[in-house]
Design a protein around this ligand. Structure first.
Ligand SMILES: CC1(C)O[C@H]2[C@@H](O1)[C@@]1(COC(C)(C)O1)O[C@@H]2CNc1nc2cc3nc(N)[nH]c(=O)c3cc2[nH]1
Ligand SMILES: [Zn+2]
Length: 371
């Protein structure tokens, strides 16, 4: 079975770095049914089948190869069967490149009020109208098939932080049992893939056991779950100092929910290939712009007569055609165009960061720049 991961030998540029810090960084290409993904890659979050305030063609111009959708939200509305009947999520949202869908467990725990975790799966009440649903390894995998996801995530339990060793152990063991059922339920096709998600919280022996359990299932890629859940950067990096090395070197490694530029750079240096985070889109809508000068809070009154762009050399529409004064005004009066331009700029910024990281790795250069 051809997996979706072909780090072609000639294109795989794993450069041993002069000193330890960079030797784990790698740049590669993931080949899928819906096109290539250049790694290290940042995936804009399109939770409900849209990257908020962006047209899909605009997302494409920022350089994104792949976007993320959510099983939890789409199963509640408009419903996976309906999306399937309408031709699948790619057609529905007019995005023809790769799509990765999260499997829903994390969103149930962070969004729905009443829920019950059983061996079978998670029973919960919709946060929209309170109606009852159940997500299991089988139903999550089927929903992602109906959506037409390029990369399907195994159904896991995101171990909360902090957790005791015992709590983390039983949670990780549940995730391993669910991973097996997810793998069995996956309908494997050329150019599509399923990623396992390792848990184990901050305990290295649990992380190792989780990795061993999932490697046995031979997923096309692996995610490190249970991080970016409030543990902070220092503890996250402590886990990342060893966890990526537990995973197969020739398969993609995806760190879920991360992160700010500095988090991404530190994680790439520790061997991570894929990222997703709501920060560029969510903070853009809240008036925060990422720039090489740092984060600009455009609502600050010091910008109300600032006739210069966010970044003079940025090619996004916000910087090419508008001033900080105009963005300040739009965000203050809550005009929709404000959310659009700020989001567009931030997504462009994050993709430029990933492009620079890929170039630096390919040239064997240090990329400790925090931009
Ligand atoms: C709830 C919401 C929207 O998800 C974002 C964002 O808030 C927020 C809140 O604080 C920040 C850190 C800024 O990001 O945390 C989320 C990003 N961290 C994260 N996403 C994850 C998704 C995951 N999915 C699965 N299946 N399994 C996991 O273990 C898992 C772990 C994850 N960690
Ligand atoms: Zn810009």
């Amino acid at each position: 079975e051809v997996s979706i991961t072909k780090f072609p030998a000639d294109e795989r540029k794993i450069i041993a770095k002069a000193h330890d810090k960079y030797k784990k960084a790698r740049a590669g290409i993931i080949n899928t049914r819906h096109g290539q993904i250049h790694t290290p890659a940042f995936m804009p979050v399109g939770t409900k089948g849209t990257v908020k305030a962006m047209l899909p063609e605009s997302v494409q111009t920022t350089g994104a190869d792949i976007i993320l959708g959510n099983t939890y939200h789409l199963m509640l509305q408009p419903g996976a069967k309906r999306v399937f009947k309408l031709g699948g999520l790619h057609k529905f949202m007019n995005w023809s490149k790769p799509l990765l869908t999260d499997s829903g467990g994390f969103q149930v725990m962070s969004l729905s009020k009443l829920r019950k975790i059983t061996e079978e799966g998670v029973i919960f009440n919709s946060h929209i109208d309170g109606s009852k649903f159940m997500l299991s390894p089988e139903s999550s995998t089927e929903i992602q098939y109906l959506l037409g996801s390029t990369i399907t995530m195994a159904f896991d339990e995101c171990t909360p932080y902090p957790s005791t060793y015992e709590q983390a152990k039983s949670s990780m063991e549940l995730t391993s049992r669910w991973a097996k059922r997810s793998r069995k339920a996956f309908y494997s096709r050329d150019g599509y893939g399923q990623f396992g998600i390792i848990q184990g919280s901050i305990y290295n022996d649990l992380r190792l056991k989780s990795a061993l359990d999932l490697i046995e299932l031979d997923f096309e890629g692996y995610a490190i779950g249970g991080l970016a859940v409030g543990e902070g950067q220092e503890l996250m990096f402590k886990v990342l100092d060893y966890a990526p090395d537990l995973l197969p070197i020739n398969k993609p490694r995806y760190l879920m929910g991360v992160g700010k530029p500095a988090d991404i750079i530190g994680a790439v240096q520790r061997g991570i290939d894929m990222f997703d985070c709501v920060i560029p889109t969510r903070s853009g809508r809240n008036g925060q712009a990422f720039t090489k000068y740092g984060v600009v809070n455009i609502r600050n009154s010091k910008y109300k007569e600032d006739n210069t762009p966010l970044e003079e050399d940025c090619l996004c529409p916000a910087c090419k055609n508008y001033t900080k004064a105009y963005l300040h005004y739009l965000v203050k009066v809550k005009e929709i165009l404000g959310a659009m331009l700020m989001t567009w700029h931030n997504l462009m910024y994050f993709q430029k960061l990933m492009l620079r990281i890929r170039e630096y790795i390919a040239q064997g250069k240090d990329f400790d720049f925090i931009s």
